[in-house]
Design a protein around this ligand. Structure first.
Ligand SMILES: [Zn+2]
Length: 304
């Protein structure tokens, strides 16, 4: 099948430092999040929430290979409903929120109130590593700001002490001005090094606000190298990132067949054709009455 066009690619960097005792990831995701924004018609608070989740999923997926993929699901009791973000080893990122038209008053810090829009609930990370059963980990939502929640997940569920920084800056016209993320992880051997840990904590606290810095022209990888200055940071791997969905009309047609003959006949009778919408990317597919009839024919007279 023809590769779908990937517009506005960004880059994910995988870095090691301090003789491999630090693993770190950095990505600007401005074009990825802007594409999610216009595809789903997101309002600003929803843009910030889904943008952080998409960026976080891309960072978590950095270690995946081949056909492996990963899904971050944040199921809170706030107005956004469910947030779903998926990323794969090729750098394809896609996702959605149940309720895209959510915008709340700014919080006391003057920022988009993602925590309130998410609410309390559970964060799930599902990794499809091509094994029989996907791996699924879950933690309670501890802050709702998403970066803290992903760091909590990595600490609690994968036993990897991690700091996560995610930022999305939304413009006055609701488009995405800047978005990106950093993930800094302590590998075995770093845990006993109090000085190293304190140094990193201080550096992270003193770091400029990520989305503002990106908006002013800095790249997350540059901020990461500043943070790790003196610890010999090295880029070990990089991969392109883009908003990209695996849906197609053919896949949706296969899905329709699963409805069965009676159900398809009922659709033809009540509405003629059908319009199908992909949850992940908002793409619409029109299936005509003729196409539905040929699916019904396929069910009536299977090819074998
Ligand atoms: Zn799609």
């Amino acid at each position: 099948m023809a590769e779908k066009k990937r517009s506005g690619e960004e880059t994910l960097y995988h870095v090691t430092a301090a003789e491999g005792r630090i693993r770190a990831l950095a990505a600007r995701t401005t074009s990825v999040v802007e594409e999610a924004r216009w595809r789903h018609g997101l309002y600003p608070t929803a843009t910030a929430a889904l943008g952080r989740a998409l960026t976080g999923a891309a960072l978590l997926a950095a270690s995946l290979k081949g056909k492996e993929k990963l899904m971050v699901e944040i199921v809170g009791d706030g107005p956004l409903g469910r947030i779903v973000a998926e990323a794969d080893a090729a750098g394809a990122v896609r996702g959605y929120v149940s309720h895209p038209r959510v915008h709340l008053p700014l919080n006391s810090a003057g920022k988009l109130d993602v925590a309130k829009a998410v609410g309390k609930g559970t964060l799930y990370v599902t990794k499809d590593l091509g094994l029989k059963e996907p791996y699924r980990g879950m933690v309670p939502i501890v802050s709702g700001e998403i970066a803290e929640d992903l760091a909590y997940y990595l600490n609690a569920s994968e036993q990897t002490p991690s700091a996560c920084i995610l930022g999305v800056l939304v413009d006055a016209d609701n488009s995405v001005r800047a978005s990106g993320g950093l993930l800094i992880q302590l590998m075995p051997g770093a845990l006993e090094d109090e000085e190293l840990i304190q140094r990193l904590e201080r550096g992270i606290q003193e770091m400029p606000a990520l989305s503002r810095a990106i908006d002013e022209g800095s790249l997350p990888i540059e901020l990461l190298f500043d943070l790790l200055d003196g610890l010999e940071p090295k880029v070990v791997h990089q991969r392109p990132l883009a908003f990209q969905c695996s849906c197609s009309k053919e896949r949706f047609s296969r899905g329709l067949i699963a409805l069965g003959k009676e159900e398809l006949e009922a659709i033809v009778e009540s509405q003629g054709g059908a319009e199908l919408v992909c949850h992940f990317c908002g793409e619409k597919y029109d299936v005509s009455e003729d196409e539905l009839r040929s699916l019904i024919a396929e069910l009536t007279n299977p090819p074998h």
